[in-house]
Design a protein around this ligand. Sequence first.
Ligand SMILES: [Zn+2]
Ligand SMILES: [Zn+2]
Length: 139
Amino acid sequence: MFFCQNLEHEGSSIVGFCLFADCQEPKSQFCVNCLINPQKHLNCRIDCKPFDKIDIILDLIIYKLDQFQEQADQNFEQFKCEYQKTIKNIQKEQHSLRRQPKTLKNKNLRNYLIILTEQRIGIQKQNRLNLRKKLSISG
Ligand SMILES: [Zn+2]
Ligand SMILES: [Zn+2]
């Protein structure tokens, strides 16, 4: 049990808090006698909350904070999803770009091999023809 800090309210127990940020009273706690005195908490009567009301207000604040956290979690999940999608796209792009030169090189190599083979066949044909000519001349 806490008692009012005002000397004239000695022994009077605290019943609530003034929640007004710019309260002019030296202490935010108040007793019943403080509330009876119209000079006390002159501009902040509406912010003088008894403890049970303060509990409700605290519950409300905790509930609001829970909601904020939930919202933040949702935002994070959404962001994570977008991030993963972006990373996947980048990796796909990288993969296809890495493969591109290989297929291009392979195509060129294939063409080169075809040309080389055709040339060799041509040379072989020519050689055979020459050999036949030589044989027919000598024969
Ligand atoms: Zn008091
Ligand atoms: Zn006050």
